[in-house]
Ligand binder design. Sequence first.
Ligand SMILES: Cc1cc2nc3c(=O)[nH]c(=O)nc-3n(C[C@H](O)[C@H](O)[C@H](O)COP(=O)(O)OP(=O)(O)OC[C@H]3O[C@@H](n4cnc5c(N)ncnc54)[C@H](O)[C@@H]3O)c2cc1C
Length: 289
Amino acid sequence: MRLIVVGSGIVGASCAYAATSLGAEVVLVDAARPGRATAAGAGIICPWSAPVTDPAWCALAYAAAREYPALMARLADLGETDVSYRQVGALALAADEEDRERIRLALTARRAEAPEIGEVTGLSGAEARQLFPPLRADAAAVHIGGAARVDGRELAAALARAAARQGAVVRQDQAQLALDHGRVTGVRIGGELIRADAVVAATGAWTRDFLADGTYLETRVGFRPVGPGIRPLLGPVPALDGLVVATGLGATGLTMGPLSGALAAQSALGLPPAIDLEPFTPLPGMTRE
Ligand SMILES: Cc1cc2nc3c(=O)[nH]c(=O)nc-3n(C[C@H](O)[C@H](O)[C@H](O)COP(=O)(O)OP(=O)(O)OC[C@H]3O[C@@H](n4cnc5c(N)ncnc54)[C@H](O)[C@@H]3O)c2cc1C
C-alpha cells in the first residue's frame, strides 16, 4: 500500500516511521515552512498536570507519554541512540501550601490510570529552589517524577531518518491535495501528480491551505491550536475517501505527536487503530453529498 504523508513535524515524521514499520511504501513531503510548531515546542512531556478532564483527551495523552520509552528503544535499535528524550521530572508550581496539597492530591489520584506519572512529591520553596534556583523563595511546588523533556526538532529528524532507512522517500516540497470525484488520489507537487492509496495530512497550522482545492475542507476545516473542544483532529475525514488528518494537538503535540502519528498510519493503512479514534473524528457528522 502506498501512503503519502504531508508534513514532517513530530506528527508526520512519526506517521511515516510507523507506516514504514508496518511495511507500507511511504513518501514523506515537507515544505519546511517557517514557524513549524515542532521546532518551537518546549518539549515538556507531562500531560498529567494539564487542567483537562476530557476522558478521550486524557486516554490519548497518557498513552502517548507512556509509550515514549518504548519508542526510544525502537529508534535506538535503528541506530538513533540519542534523540534528546530524558525523564528529568517536572515541577508544578503552587500559589501556596494549600494549593500545593490540592495539586499533589489531584496528581496522585491520576496515578491509578497513569502509573507512569511516577512519584508525586510535595516540595517546600527551599526544596523546589534546589531543583530550579530561579524560583522565588516562598514558591511551593509538586515534583512529578515521570515527566520528561524532548527536543522536537531532534526527535522529528530522527523519526524521518528512521522512516527513510525503512524505505520512505523524503522530499522537500510543497504538496497540494489531488482529488478525483470526492476521493483523494494523491498529491501534486508542482506539476507532478504523485498517486497514493491514502494521504495523511500532518500539516499543522497549514492544514487549511493544504486542503485548498477541496471545497469541503477549505470551508470547514480551519487550523486551531486544538481541535473542537480540547481534542485533536485525528482520523479519516468522513466526506473524503483516502484522507486521514492528524493535527490540532495544541499545547501537548510533542507529547501526543508520536502516538498520534502512529495511529494515523494505522488508520490510513486500514488497520484497527490501537486507540478508538471516533472521539477525534475530523468534521464529525459530515457526509458526502
Ligand atoms: C511555543 C510552543 C511551545 C510548546 N511546548 C510544548 C511542550 O512543552 N510539550 C508538548 O507536548 N507540546 C508543546 N507544544 C506543541 C507542539 O510543539 C505542537 O503541537 C507539535 O509540534 C505540532 O506538530 P505537528 O507535526 O502537528 O505540526 P508542525 O510541527 O507545525 O509540522 C507541520 C509540517 O507541515 C509542513 N507543511 C504544511 N503544509 C504543507 C504542504 N502543503 N506541503 C508540504 N509540507 C507542508 C510544514 O512545513 C511543517 O513542517 C508547543 C508549541 C509551541 C508553539
